[in-house]
Design a protein around this ligand. Structure first.
Ligand code: AMP
Ligand code: GLY
Length: 422
């Protein structure tokens, strides 16, 4: 089979490595892929949102199955465009990807169908938002409606900060059109859990839970990033919590999307907060998480391609989705200065042992085929072990084998999970 994977980050590298385990896979094309993915797939310089060229490439190269991994092509309708040309695809159509594409849509969906989430108000006028903030409980959470590269969420600790955030989004165009509508919501507390789930719109099969580490600094300090590391499973996600989430969140969400005529097929990402009043949805994503995928897929025992095809064909109920019961930890190496500003173009070296466990995100190939840094998050190194403690130790040891100038990593990935286990 010839496969095509749209995207070019660490998540896509993890998906590609897993897809390659299926012996019927002959070739995988990555559009655009990256310098590290080039070791595992044929990278083609077509941008992940260039849908006309993606479709043209797929048709001309006789692609048997396509995987659209990132949010923006999904929201823009890449799956619809490929399906129209007869190319079966993993991922939701645009009318279902809106569950991530519009926070106003997802909040209204949860309210309409009684799915637990933070209380909220939607504003389209700056004056009304500012008036509401005069008496809103502080801290408060301000979210731009549309996609904003994961940066459209501000937790305001003071009223001034809240006013500034809505003004930046609604009047100063900080997130472009994404910020013309904002959601202002209740600040929730509790441990966060990421649950990725396969669904064909009929059944939902959750993957092993995980925990992201979003802030740049140790002990969850400093700016938000795309994610500095992950562990799986998430110790806060007990079998009891899992049952409650299935009953009150996962199944109702699938049913709600069906009732709206927006059947969701693919990977639905539930960003959950385990509050004192039970689990609540913080966000939905219409895709695999990054870097959650880098710990979840290494624990998947069943064949990924078979499961993906089952979500497309509507046969997920009869398809096995089985996970290894061990633990995984992924440590991200980032460029010095990320997430603000950083230099690119530094050579990356890896020991063969480290390379075998590393998913490459922000890297390109130089003129002589050498791997060079080209982004903020550069690599993610994952270890799997019998205990969480061992997985963490091993992930750090392996990540010592990945080197480039100014490489930065958090030193406490998995520490909170370890404390939770004790
Ligand atoms: P998001 O971009 O939606 O993933 O939000 C980024 C982060 O903001 C989440 O991972 C949470 O840590 C935090 N967050 C979002 N919504 C809330 C909320 N209502 N209460 C507390 N924290 C929140
Ligand atoms: N790790 C969070 C995300 O993929 O959005």
């Amino acid at each position: 089979m010839k496969l095509l994977v749209v995207g070019g980050g660490g998540r896509e590298h993890a998906i590609i490595k897993k897809l390659k385990e299926n012996p019927s896979v002959e070739t995988i094309y990555a559009l655009p892929g990256n310098g590290g993915i080039a070791a595992d797939a044929v990278c083609v310089p077509i941008g992940a949102t260039d849908i006309p060229r993606i479709v043209e490439f797929a048709v001309q190269n006789g692609i048997d199955y396509a995987v659209v991994a990132p949010d923006d092509p999904l929201v823009l309708g890449a799956v619809d465009a490929l399906t129209e040309k007869g190319i079966p695809c993993f991922g939701p159509s645009a009318n279902a990807a809106i569950i991530e594409g519009s926070k106003v849509f997802s909040k209204n969906l949860m309210k309409k169908y009684g799915i637990p989430t933070a209380r909220y108000e939607v504003f389209e006028e700056l004056d009304a938002a500012l008036k509401y903030l005069e008496t809103a409980p502080i801290p408060t959470v301000i979210k731009a409606d549309g996609l904003a590269l994961g940066k459209g969420v501000i937790i305001a600790q003071t009223r001034e900060e809240a006013n500034r955030a809505v003004t930046d989004m609604m009047a100063n165009g900080m997130f472009g059109a994404s910020g013309s509508r904002v959601v202002i919501e209740e600040f929730l507390t509790g441990p966060e859990v990421s649950v990725l789930a396969f669904t064909d719109g009929k059944v939902v099969k959750p993957m092993v839970s995980s925990m992201d580490h979003k802030r740049i600094g140790d002990n969850d300090t400093g700016l938000n990033t795309g994610g500095m590391g992950t562990v799986a499973p998430n110790p806060y996600y007990t079998p009891e919590v899992a049952r409650e989430c299935m009953e009150k969140i996962f199944l109702p969400t699938i049913a709600a999307m069906n009732a709206e005529g927006r059947t969701f097929r693919g990977c639905l990402y539930f960003g959950l907060m385990l509050t004192p009043n039970g689990p609540k949805v913080i966000e939905y994503n219409c895709r695999f998480g990054d870097p959650e995928t880098q710990v979840v897929l290494p624990l998947l025992e069943s064949d990924l391609l078979t499961i993906m095809q089952a979500t497309t064909n509507g046969t997920l109920s009869e398809t096995e989705v089985k996970f290894d019961h061990r633990h995984a930890c992924c440590v991200i190496l980032a460029s010095q200065g990320y997430p603000v500003s950083y230099k690119k173009g530094f050579p990356i070296t890896m020991t063969p042992e480290a390379a075998a466990h590393t998913f490459v995100a922000g890297a390109k190939l130089g003129e002589n085929g050498e791997l060079l840094t080209s982004g903020g998050r550069v690599t993610g190194t994952t270890a799997v072990a019998d205990t969480l403690e061992e997985a963490i130790r091993e992930a750090y040891r392996l990540s010592d084998g990945v080197r480039f100038e100014g490489a930065y990593r958090r030193s406490d990935i998995g520490r909170r999970a370890m404390q939770a286990l004790k």
